[in-house]
Design a protein around this ligand. Sequence first.
Ligand SMILES: [Zn+2]
Length: 197
Amino acid sequence: MRCLLCGKRTGSSSMPLVAMFSDDPLCYDCRKLWKPYTGNRDIEGMHTDILYDYRSGYSSALIQYKECGDEALKDIFLYPHIEKIRWKYRGYTLLLMPSAKDKLRQRGFDHLKEMFACLNMPMMSPFEKLREIDQKGGGRSRRTVMSGNIILKEGTVLPEKILLADDVVTTGSTLRGALKCIDTRKHRIMILCVGGV
Ligand SMILES: [Zn+2]
């Protein structure tokens, strides 16, 4: 098997035995450039589970996937964490953060959906991102609902156990916007981001 990032054979002799026998789509050398996130982040008082430090190898792979449209990379992001995540969040439904519609069209694939599909967990994309101009068009009450520039799609029924999921958390404004769309008294909510700064 060849590494999806550098093209090197994934079973070279310089690797530890455990890496030689794994099905990781990345070689050992590429994988070790992805540093685990060591900070402690909470959003609106809610602990946020973050897998990788964005400023490590993770960011260049994410850019290649998202901005250069390298769809083949979809499984490399969560591969080492699949079992752990499935166990920790059993019974939860993934709620994916919204992408700008023009970006989605440009890319030709839903990068978040494909990234999280390897978990085989129930998944929804219930949020919509509004353009700045739409937000300005609303009255005061409408603006309150659209905090963070995000709304819940009409007619959405949310499950009881919610796992908000995104590829990277920076300021946290998207997640805060999504949280404002959810009645936090009626749902159990957790947050998972693949990368964080
Ligand atoms: Zn590699």
